[in-house]
Design a protein around this ligand. Structure first.
Ligand SMILES: [Fe+2]
Ligand SMILES: [Fe+2]
Length: 487
């Protein structure tokens, strides 16, 4: 077993960002200089002292405002959680390397403290793993045996010094279960008794899942540290023993602490998300490269499942220059044959909506669909778990049968099926409503739409997968069985 690191996020810009910053700032100085020159000429020609003074003020103001804005958004992207989060959190688990051989223990302290974890085989004497001291503790434990049960505890952490257990991924494919939940945010600050997430967690904990895939919007506001506390404080009862991976949602972003919680603000840099989580992003993880457009996409293989987490946290990422599309092609294209390709993303890219005339339903493609759907079809993605819409939906999208995506090739992948499962009712008020069933929605592949609190339990057994949506009491909402095409 080996150690390895705790990390502290930095906030210097990348070289490209620094050059851009310099150019933009130089342009501002240039504009200000022109204004200043005009003022000087006006004053020289007409003796308009007031004009010179006014233009000087404008020029200085433009330069100062440009500097403050650029400094705050490029130089000074510091997660407010790194200095303002007033809670101890955790511990919780995640993957960074190979889930068969390593795991990351995460916790958070409101003051700087040591990073030490005691870990070992259950029943054997433990070893110690240490990382750098700090507030954000992400200690990776390596050299583990596949399919093996370990126990661990965080040292020097008065909030939770208990032993927790976890099991590494199996050495070769074997049946396993995972849970999916989305949009666990406590919108509007519902009281804990009415918040759907805690009872769903209890049901999830009893499900025997090996990991939790979260479809994003874990928090209500990424800028609001209390939102992070609510999520992290509620979660350790399950994720202290089961790794958690969250696809970045539009509510999870944000950097600065909100002074007024009633103000909803979702800036896109997402540094608080980076601070609390420590996922292996597809782009080189350089902690000095926190920028608004940095993609938070990553993947790992567990048993015979490739899990691919796609970043859709801001619509600005839905553009052809997004490096995520090349990464997606590479990751999906290099997956071994026989592996399930499971995508987890926040925005419900392929969905249905009520028709404009309010009679029935029609297909609904969001801004990401033109980029992701062709890639998913080309590389035979099996299932997409998505959130954002606070409901449950299952649609077995079949290329050529469903209303086409405008502009997309309609012939090359005719007949291919991708299961889009929206699971976005993991938070807000605990609720149960009547479903929409195929009798009233005749879209091909549609089975159910329901605005009820739920989570998903997914069983992978060789080439068969079952997906069951469950209510908070553990009872079943819908159960689907999928067989891999061509098997
Ligand atoms: Fe949401
Ligand atoms: Fe959302």
């Amino acid at each position: 077993m080996g150690v390895r690191r705790a990390r502290i996020l930095g906030h210097r810009p990348s070289a490209v960002a620094a050059v851009l910053l310099g150019l933009i700032f130089a342009a501002c100085v240039g504009v200000s200089s022109v204004i200043g020159l005009a003022a000087w000429l006006a004053a020289a020609a007409f003796d308009w002292l007031w004009a010179m003074l006014a233009c000087a003020v404008v020029a200085i103001s433009i330069t100062a405002a440009a500097w403050v804005w650029l400094h705050r958004h490029i130089f000074e992207i510091v997660p407010s959680a790194s200095f303002a989060h007033g809670f101890d959190e955790g511990p919780w688990l995640s993957f960074r390397g190979d889930p068969r051989h390593s795991i990351v223990v995460n916790w958070f302290t409101k003051e700087d403290s040591a990073s030490r974890v005691e870990c070992g085989l259950r029943g054997a004497s433990p070893g110690f793993v240490a990382g750098l001291p700090g507030r954000a503790h992400h200690v990776e434990i390596g050299g583990l045996e596949p399919g093996t049960a370990y126990s661990y505890r965080v040292l020097d952490f008065p909030k939770d010094g208990a032993f927790h257990g976890f099991k590494t991924a199996p050495a070769s494919p074997e049946p396993f279960r995972f849970a999916v939940v989305g949009d666990t945010q406590n919108g509007g600050g519902s009281s804990p008794e009415r918040w759907a997430y805690p009872p769903l967690l209890r049901a999830m904990a009893a499900s025997g899942a090996s990991l939790v895939a979260h479809a994003g919007d874990a928090t209500d506001q990424g800028n609001d540290l209390v939102s992070w506390h609510e999520f992290l404080d509620a979660s350790p009862r399950i994720i202290a023993s089961i790794p958690l991976h969250v696809a970045a949602g539009n509510h999870d972003t944000g950097t600065h602490a909100l002074a007024d919680r009633s103000q909803k603000q979702y800036p896109d840099d997402g540094a608080n998300y980076d601070f609390f989580f420590d996922y292996p992003y597809g782009t080189p993880r350089d902690e000095d490269e926190i920028t608004a457009m940095r993609g938070r996409f990553f993947s790992f293989t567990y048993s015979n499942c490739l899990f691919v987490f796609v970043d859709t946290q801001t619509n600005r990422l839905a553009n052809p220059r997004n490096p995520q599309w090349q990464w997606l092609r590479r990751v999906l294209g290099s997956a071994p044959a026989g592996v399930w390709k499971v995508v987890v993303m926040h925005r419900d890219a392929v969905s249905i909506k009520t028709r404009k005339d309010a009679v029935g339903y029609e297909m609904d493609y969001d801004k990401f669909a033109p980029y992701i759907l062709p890639i998913f079809l080309e590389h035979d993605v099996d299932v997409v778990f998505q959130g954002h819409d606070h409901k449950y939906l299952h649609l077995a999208y079949q290329h050529g049968s469903n209303a086409p995506l405008p502009g997309a090739d309609d012939g090359a992948w005719r007949g291919k099926v991708i299961h889009f499962v929206t699971s976005g009712a993991g938070g807000n008020l605990l609720r149960r409503n009547d479903p929409v069933l195929p009798e009233s929605c005749t879209i091909p592949g549609f089975t159910r739409l329901e605005n009820s609190s739920h989570f998903l339990v997914v069983d992978v057994h060789g080439d068969e997968m079952s997906i069951e949506a469950r209510y908070h009491d553990g009872s079943s909402m819908e159960r689907l069985s999928i067989k891999r095409p061509g098997i």
